[in-house]
Design a protein around this ligand. Structure first.
Ligand code: DQA
Length: 143
């Protein structure tokens, strides 16, 4: 039973609304976060964190140990580069869900390299804001 969830968004996700709409949709991050809150409201508390800095994301994951039952993370471009975020997620002992707005696996070859998937329990991608909502629905079904 999940009591609380931390949603982490990495670099450039604060710019949603201004990024290519065919990949990321038209919604801002605040608008997506409102949808997430609405989807989660009868089930668990949700907190939100966005950073453009790798080290800050790592510290946030470390500080989530023993505090949050699950992390939903869209690491943005760090998905494809960050062994350090991989290692932080590996240490975190709650449920970990990887999220992407776009169909990362069907895009450029450099986006096919993925350092986070192997340390996450599930992945939702390619449905724009709906990827986050699918992650919340998944967590609502965790017993
Ligand atoms: C992204 C996909 C990444 O490749 C990209 O660098 C992002 C966003 C997504 O949500 O589709 O910034 O994680």
């Amino acid at each position: 039973m999940i009591r609380n969830v931390l949603v982490i968004n990495g670099p450039n996700l604060n710019m949603l609304g201004k990024r290519p709409k065919e990949h990321y949709g038209a919604m801002t991050l605040d608008e997506i976060n409102e949808l997430i809150k609405e989807e989660a409201k009868d089930s668990f508390d949700v907190s939100f964190y966005q950073s453009n800095y790798e080290g800050d994301i790592i510290t946030k994951i470390q500080d989530a140990i023993g505090v949050y039952d699950a992390i939903v993370i869209n690491p943005g471009a760090y998905t494809h580069t960050s062994v350090a975020i991989h290692d932080a997620l590996e240490i975190y002992n709650g449920i970990k869900i990887e999220v992407h707005l776009s169909k990362v696996d069907d895009r450029e070859d450099f986006r096919k390299i993925n350092f986070v998937r192997s340390v996450c329990d599930a992945t939702f991608s390619g449905k724009k804001d709906g990827s986050y909502i699918d992650a919340i629905k998944y967590l609502k079904n965790v017993k």
